[in-house]
Design a binder for this molecule. Structure first.
Ligand code: ATP
Ligand code: MN
Length: 538
């Protein structure tokens, strides 16, 4: 076996069962990984110097193929079900051995990295990848140790990433050929059959969503975060596509992180060292910071070029709507490093409501905040998934159910406590439709959403008049700087008021139905914050 690159003296691949790989490339620089990718014919350079690759069959995560090993450690703590699917410990060992056998004789790329910007919670990760570009992803998204730290690096967790290894459900106990399996006892994640890099970051996110609340009393959160010049932190919760990455990139504020954070006693911290931004319809005008981050070292996924050029066509969705770019956080010029902030002053819940019912900004009471956190509402619109022709309501507890190994009430209780201790403002933001549902109305303009968030952050909504909406009983400002008054009340933006009331009642009904599963655990205050299915004051 040939070994190239930088590593701790006693670090070996044999200790993780990888005995006969052809060459192990340890901790190559981004430039070296780019060169490897180009030499292997697995990518192309764009005219801004970024590397563009195709991830293959999978261009998104595959939640049905995500498993957790069920053993003594996890049996009674993990919230088993269709989010956390049981995997047999013996089957894990066998599958692990089949992956190491697959990787023998091949070149592999090893990355030593870590998660959690707060030194108290630092988690070292060794990522072994089949492909150099997957390794670049790990470099960009996780935190990067110094050279000196690499020389003494001791991993807490290991990720084995083999997109070319196809599982056999009969032999391996998987659902199909692709899988991501977490083993909390062995502290190993194995990923195979899929090249989608998001599985790597969300694998570690799932790990931290277990370890931090369960063992360290830290709330883990699917949110982005930024900080103002006066040291005021804001966090933005939301499901995929609701605007976490887009809205946290704000030239007026320092970026702490775009997707995963922990809330410890008196501070919040980023789990990651980079961002994973959606590229669909990206323009320099609308999202200047993200646009400029796509330069040498950045990894673009599943994009197309304008014909006969190496200029990316961000409007092209022929491979997927989920085109992405992964870059280290320092590609954003006002990134905060180390990525730590004070206790949040403002919390935003982002929802992309395709029904056009939720107002573009409203201020939540503590009971409503808990109700909406547990509900985790957004909508999926036609086009993003096969078979969806009408907008579909999605409820994902804590705005991240897919990544939560523990029962949602664990996270909700922690957030409830934090909110009581910290006197934080909580806002609900609809980044979705206005003037009617999807197909009739339009998506709320990004510049207005940004203006509403700036106003909330600057205290400009503290002393304005508020009105209350029917059904959802949300407090909406009557005026907001740089936003037309008439879009602040969703009902006013609909031509057909009866149609609005019918849609609002329908959505309120969907909230009520979804909440039934949590009602037994909810306090009077939270239950009283539920929307009314019939409008009293419409
Ligand atoms: P993920 O969890 O998958 O990373 P995310 O919450 O980070 O998702 P973004 O990457 O920020 O989501 O995606 C939001 C998308 O919606 C962007 O492409 C953005 O340009 C677009 N968009 C359109 N209108 C708005 C709006 N009013 N507010 C926020 N985003 C908007
Ligand atoms: Mn994002």
């Amino acid at each position: 076996m040939t070994e190239i690159g930088l590593k701790a003296e006693n670090a070996t691949l044999a200790e993780i069962g990888l005995k006969n790989v052809a060459t192990a490339f340890w901790n190559l620089t981004p430039a070296e990984l780019v060169e490897e990718t180009l030499l292997r014919g697995e990518g192309l350079l764009t005219d801004t110097g970024a590397l563009a690759v195709d991830t293959g069959e999978f261009t998104g995560r595959s939640p049905k193929d995500k498993f957790i090993v069920c053993d003594k450690n996890t049996e009674n703590s993990v919230w088993w079900g269709d989010v956390n699917i049981k995997f047999d410990a013996d089957k894990f060992d066998k599958l692990y051995n089949r992956i190491t056998a697959y990787l023998s004789g091949r070149e592999v790329y090893v990355r030593d990295a870590y998660a959690c910007a707060d030194p108290e919670f630092r988690t070292n990760i060794r990522v072994v990848t089949e492909f150099p570009w997957s390794n670049l992803f790990a470099n960009n998204l996780f935190l990067r140790p110094t050279k000196a730290e690499i020389l003494t690096f001791d991993p807490d967790w290991v990720i084995l990433n083999a997109p070319g290894f196809m599982a056999d459900p009969e032999i391996d106990g998987t659902r199909q050929h692709n899988f991501a399996v977490i083993n909390f006892t062995k502290k190993i994640i194995i990923i195979g059959g899929t090249g989608y890099t998001g599985e790597i970051k969300k694998g570690i996110f799932s790990v931290l969503n277990y370890v931090l609340p369960h063992e360290k009393n830290v709330l883990s959160m699917h949110c982005s975060s930024n900080i103002g010049k006066k040291g005021d932190t804001a966090i933005f919760f939301g499901l995929s596509g609701t605007g976490k990455t887009t809205l946290s990139a704000d030239p007026e504020r320092g970026l702490i992180g775009d997707d995963e954070h922990g809330w410890a006693k008196d501070r919040i911290f980023n789990f990651e060292g980079g961002c994973y931004a959606k590229c669909i319809d990206l323009t320099k005008e609308k999202e200047p910071q993200i646009y400029s981050a796509i330069k040498a070292g950045a990894l673009l996924e599943n994009i197309e070029f304008i014909e006969d050029t190496r200029t990316v066509d961000y409007s092209d969705t022929s491979k997927t709507e989920n085109t992405r770019v992964a870059y280290p956080i320092n590609h954003i010029d006002n990134a905060v490093e180390p990525s730590i902030g004070s206790t949040p002053k403002n919390i935003f819940f982002l929802t992309a409501d395709a029904f056009g019912v939720i107002p573009p900004i409203s201020k939540l009471t503590p009971g409503q905040a808990m109700y909406h956190f547990i509900s985790g509402y957004t909508a999926k619109v036609a086009g993003t998934e096969v078979g969806i022709t009408e907008p579909q309501t999605t409820f994902s507890a804590c705005f991240g159910k897919a990544f939560l190994p523990l029962h949602p009430t664990k996270y909700a209780d922690l957030l409830g406590k934090k909110m009581k201790e910290s006197n934080v403002n909580v806002w609900l933001i609809n980044t979705g439709w206005s003037g009617g549902p999807y197909g009739v109305g339009e998506r709320i303009k990004l510049k207005y959403t940004r203006a509403m968030i700036s106003a909330a952050l600057n205290g400009e909504l503290d002393n304005v008049e508020y009105a209350q909406t029917p059904f959802f009983k949300l407090a909406i400002p009557k005026t907001c700087p740089n936003v037309p008054d008439e879009i602040l009340n969703a009902r006013d933006t609909w031509k057909d008021k009866a149609a609005f009331d019918a849609k609002a009642a329908q959505l309120a009904g969907a909230f009520a139905k979804n909440f039934q599963q949590y009602a037994d655990n909810a306090s009077e205050e939270i239950l009283a914050a539920a929307p009314q299915v019939s409008s009293v004051n419409a």
